[in-house]
Structure formats: structure tokens, C-alpha cells
Design a protein around this ligand. Structure first.
Ligand code: CTP
Length: 407
């Protein structure tokens, strides 16, 4: 990242102290880092710390003009290849959404034409407040990228979503975003990703579904997008916000997902099937709400079509990546699925392990090809896990296209 200029905006939340680690990692990655701190950020960490780590002057006041040859906030905005606001408080996000410019950071953000990345950190109730959700949506529509906070111990005592993403993860994300066009490994490629759980209706108000949150599929979509791909995300039921910059197709049942995927399959270069698809659906679906009757109710279920297997059978050029969520004998079941569904890679995870479950922010995976385990990864954030999966799949696909052996 030599020669790239980053403005790191640090705002006034307790996670401001992590700004120091973030700044240090950005410098280590080769960025020329210029820090702007809000007045409130200076309550948590001193400008001197950031000056020492960034080896550049730290800006805190719009009117503290130190070079008569330039107007600082315009000069900084013009020089930046990217502005990263981390941690971003609800207040700063609101100011950005409304175009306020009442301090050095907000003024510089308004003057910037480069990509802007925001890593929020706040209390879980603040993060889920409708005003904050609306402000994030508004900014996402203006192409501001968000690095979602993680779940963990918050300073206020809650164990919940709102903790600043890990500095390593933030640095890796923005490095991916700033890769030059030629080195974006998936530039010009169409990547189709499925995420979330399917919904099989019993009647208009009741359904069968599963615990999938969609987090893994969303992380894969965000990384594939940063690698330059044109991403289509076919999503079932999820509780999460999908990433921006990808085409969204919302589906409900396994049958809907099958149709949505098949129609896009011929033109896709890579397909990643991270959705948790129902294996069975009710044989009968009532048009009206079912009334209670008798002490027992027997539901008859029928098998759904296996989407991944269908894709495997119809494969022409596509690079196919499947998932296998198991609670026992991971290697055996994952390899069996890889062969049965004709995948190029399969990502196996033992969902009974702590930190690898359906709803967590982390995962522990093993990646297999036809010869066995290719990579066995430790506990990582889903974003980092996604990066490893996409990097491997992109490399393998490129090798195959170049006519080389797959490994
Ligand atoms: N899958 C699919 N269509 C289905 C069922 C599963 O495309 N009807 C895909 C999933 O998206 C995943 C892979 O197949 O990529 C493995 O899913 P999993 O539920 O682990 O496997 P199953 O084949 O359903 O086998 P089992 O439930 O017996 O473990």
C-alpha cells in the first residue's frame, strides 16, 4: 500500500483507543496515514499518541491552519485515496448522513471525492435505533462502505453487537478496496452467492425455517465485491443487513431459490452456495390460516430439490463452492458432499464447536477439494474467513482458466 494516502477519522467513543492500534497497522501496511480527531475523541486518547504512530501531524481543529499555502480540510480531502472513520459514533454517522460540517472531520468528509469507509462502534441499542439504521442506509446509498461492528463485550457491560471490528480486519478490508484494477482477482467476473435460510410455508402465517443468519454469505459477497466481481446475492430469510454494492434477489422457499439461481447460472463464473436450504417442505400449503383441531397434528414433508447438486450436474465453466455444516465426522461428510454435488471446493464447518455456529460473528472452517483438506483455518471473524475462501477460490479459478492444474 506504499504511496496510498489514508485519512483516519477517530471519533468520540470508548473504542477511540483502538484507533491507536488501527493507525499503527495502517502504517505497517505502508499507508501514509493522516489522522483527524474530533474534540470528543481527544477525551479518550491524545493526539500525541496518533502523531507518534502516524508520523504525521494530527488535525483536531478546522481553524488551526498550519500551512498558509493550503486550506487543510480541502488539501487533505484532495490528497486522500480513502477516508476511514473508525470508530464512528452514532453522532458522526448522523452528521455525515445530513451533510453537517461543524468540525475538521465532518468538513473534510464533505469535501472528499475519494471512497469513504465507516466502521461504527456503539452500544447495541444505539446501533439498532431506527435513526441510526436510516442514516447508515442513506450513506450506503451514497456508496459509503460500512465495516459492521462485531458481537462481544461492550464497554457499557452488554455482550452484544456494537464492538469495533478488529483492526486487522479493517486494514485487510480497505487494502482489498484499494487494490489497483489489474490486481483485483475477480475483475470482470460474475459471482453468484446464496445466503440465509429458506422459508417453507405451512399457511399464510406459519413456516419452517432454520437458524441461518446470512452473515457468512454476506461476508463472502462483500469480499467478492472488493475483489472486483459483479456480485449477485440471492438471499433467503436473514436478520442481517446485506452489503452494499451487490445486486440483491430476495427469495423465500428452496424452490424460489432454485429458480433464481438456475436462471442466473449460465452467465455466472463462480457460484458459492452458503445458504442453508431446507431439505424438506410441507406437502400441503394451506391458503388460509390453519385452525386448531385435535391433540396431534402430523405434517407430511417432501424432499426439496438439492440446488447445489443440480448446479453440479449442469456445470459447464462455473467454479462451484459448496458448504457443509456438520455436527460430527466433518471430513467424511464434507468430502462426500463435494463428490456427490460435484463441487470444486467445499467449505466444512463443525457447527457444534464454540464460535462456529449459525448465528455467530466468527467461524472455524476447513476447505476441501477433490483430493482432501486444502486449508484448515482457526477461529476467525466471518469477514476474514470469507477473505480466505474467496482468495483461494479466485486463485484456483484463475489457474484453471489459465489451463494449469488446479493446485
Ligand atoms: N444445498 C442445496 N440445496 C438443498 C440442500 C442443500 O443447495 N436442498 C446446499 C447448501 O447450500 C450447501 C450444501 O448443499 O452448500 C450442503 O448443505 P447441507 O445442508 O450441509 O447438506 P445436505 O445435502 O442437505 O445433507 P445433510 O442435510 O444430510 O447433511
Amino acid at each position: 500500500m506504499k504511496g496510498k494516502t489514508i485519512i483516519l477519522g477517530i471519533t468520540g467513543g470508548i473504542a477511540a483507543y483502538k484507533g491507536a492500534a488501527l493507525c499503527s497497522k495502517l502504517v505497517q501496511a505502508g499507508f501514509d496515514v493522516h489522522v483527524i480527531m474530533t474534540e470528543n475523541a481527544c477525551q479518550f486518547i491524545t493526539p500525541l499518541t496518533l502523531q507518534t504512530l502516524s508520523r504525521n501531524l494530527v488535525y483536531t481543529d478546522t481553524f488551526d491552519e498550519r500551512d498558509p499555502a493550503v486550506v487543510s480540510h480541502i488539501d487533505l480531502a484532495d490528497r486522500a485515496d480513502l477516508i476511514l472513520v473508525a470508530p464512528a459514533t452514532a453522532n458522526t454517522i448522523a452528521k455525515m448522513a445530513n451533510g453537517l460540517a461543524d468540525d475538521m472531520l465532518s468538513t473534510t468528509l464533505l469535501a472528499a471525492t475519494c471512497p469513504i469507509v465507516v466502521a461504527p462502534a456503539m452500544n447495541v441499542h444505539m446501533y439498532s435505533h431506527p435513526a441510526v439504521i436510516r442514516n447508515i442506509q442513506l450513506l450506503a446509498e451514497r456508496n459509503v462502505r460500512f465495516i459492521a461492528p462485531e458481537t462481544g463485550q461492550l464497554a457499557c457491560g452488554y455482550v452484544a453487537k456494537g464492538r469495533l471490528a478488529e483492526p486487522e480486519s479493517i486494514v485487510a478490508s480497505i487494502s482489498d478496496m484499494l487494490r489497483e484494477g489489474a490486481s483485483k482477482p475477480l475483475l470482470g467476473k460474475k459471482v453468484l452467492i446464496t445466503a440465509g435460510g429458506t422459508v417453507e410455508r405451512l399457511d399464510p402465517v406459519r413456516y419452517l425455517t432454520n437458524d441461518s443468519s446470512g452473515k457468512m454469505g454476506f461476508a463472502l459477497a462483500a469480499i467478492a465485491r472488493d475483489y472486483g466481481a459483479e456480485v449477485t446475492l440471492v438471499m433467503g430469510r436473514t436478520s442481517e443487513r446485506p452489503p452494499d454494492g451487490v445486486s440483491l434477489v430476495r427469495v423465500e422457499s428452496a424452490q424460489d431459490m432454485l429458480k433464481a439461481v438456475l436462471v442466473r447460472y449460465p452467465q455466472s463464473d463462480m457460484v458459492i452456495k452458503s445458504a442453508a436450504v431446507a431439505d424438506y417442505r410441507p406437502v400441503m400449503r394451506a391458503d388460509k390460516k390453519m385452525k386448531k383441531s385435535g391433540d396431534r397434528l402430523v405434517l407430511e414433508l417432501e424432499k426439496t430439490t438439492d440446488i447445489l447438486q443440480t448446479l453440479g450436474e449442469q456445470k459447464t465453466k462455473q467454479y462451484l463452492v459448496g458448504f457443509a455444516a456438520e455436527t460430527e465426522e466433518l471430513d467424511r461428510y464434507a468430502m462426500d458432499k463435494l463428490q456427490r454435488k460435484q463441487c470444486d471446493l467445499i467449505v466444512g464447518n463443525d457447527v457444534s464447536q464454540e464460535g462456529a455456529g449459525f448465528n455467530s460473528d466468527t467461524n472455524i472452517i476447513r476447505i476441501y477439494d477433490k483430493d482432501g483438506i486444502v486449508e484448515s483455518l482457526p477461529l476467525l471473524s466471518k469477514l476474514e474467513t470469507a477473505r480466505r475462501i474467496i482468495a483461494l477460490a479466485a486463485e484456483r479459478m484463475a489457474n484453471r482458466e489459465a489451463g494449469k492444474a488446479g493446485r
